[in-house]
Design a protein around this ligand. Structure first.
Ligand SMILES: Cc1cc2nc3c(=O)[nH]c(=O)nc-3n(C[C@H](O)[C@H](O)[C@H](O)COP(=O)(O)O)c2cc1C
Length: 208
């Protein structure tokens, strides 16, 4: 059976840093095998109403009334049943951008229906404006994954003392006022994202 790997571009901007991370991860996945179903999702294309805390999802049948009028059911169909899920989120004020936060909150029924995301391999990624920033976004994503019963993985490809394990891309280069210019890319961020894709793909094959 073809294994599905879902990847969510969490930014409201479709073609910027979060997308850059996801596209690099897809390249890595394809390096391992082109047999996967690649399910790339732009979160900005979906209407997701913020959770209002009604707690309806705590009682059987654990459905969310808001899903009658937004796109959460569409996302449920697309995401549940994936072997792996990668999410890239923008760093807004040291935390995940609201688009991803709203999605996470609304995924609560999937937990309440007895962990529908259990054992999905999860790869967190973050896009940050500044260097030395973005780790808290990763922590937010890891918490989501742990609470949903997913299996969190980082990059373990490449040279251990040269290549980081957590895919974070940043617009700021070494100098204080030195930012990534038009046509330039953050090569290290791209490499780590690609290697995370490889790692996730390898694990999906191992576990199947
Ligand atoms: C409202 C807002 C808040 C932001 N806050 C931070 C921040 O606290 N730290 C940081 O490094 N970058 C911050 N940024 C910059 C974004 O993290 C950066 O532009 C990132 O690349 C956005 O992802 P995207 O390019 O995929 O949209 C902020 C951007 C916006 C719009």
């Amino acid at each position: 059976m073809v294994k599905k790997i879902s990847l969510i571009v969490g930014s409201p901007r479709k073609n910027r840093s979060c997308n850059f991370l996801i596209d690099n991860a897809i390249e890595g996945i394809k390096e391992i095998s082109d047999e996967f179903e690649i399910n790339k999702i732009q979160i900005s294309e979906y209407k997701i109403t913020p959770c209002n805390g009604c707690d309806a999802c705590l009682k059987a049948p654990n459905d969310c009334p808001l899903s009658e009028n937004d796109d959460m059911k569409k996302l449920e169909e697309k995401i549940l049943g994936s072997s792996a899920l990668l999410i890239s989120a923008s760093n807004y004020f040291g935390t995940i951008c609201s688009q991803v936060k709203v999605f996470i909150d609304r995924s609560r029924p999937w937990k309440m229906k007895n962990y529908l995301m259990k054992d999905i391999i999860f790869g967190p990624m973050a896009a940050s404006g500044l260097r030395n920033s973005g780790e808290s976004v990763i922590v937010n994503l890891i918490n989501f994954a742990l609470i949903q019963g997913m299996i969190v993985v980082g990059n373990v490809e490449g040279v251990p003392f040269l290549e980081g394990n957590i895919p974070i891309t940043t617009l700021q280069k070494q100098g204080l006022k030195d930012f990534v210019g038009k046509g330039e890319i953050d090569e290290l961020g791209a490499l780590i994202a690609r290697d995370l894709g490889k790692r996730v793909a390898e694990l999906v094959l191992k576990m199947s």
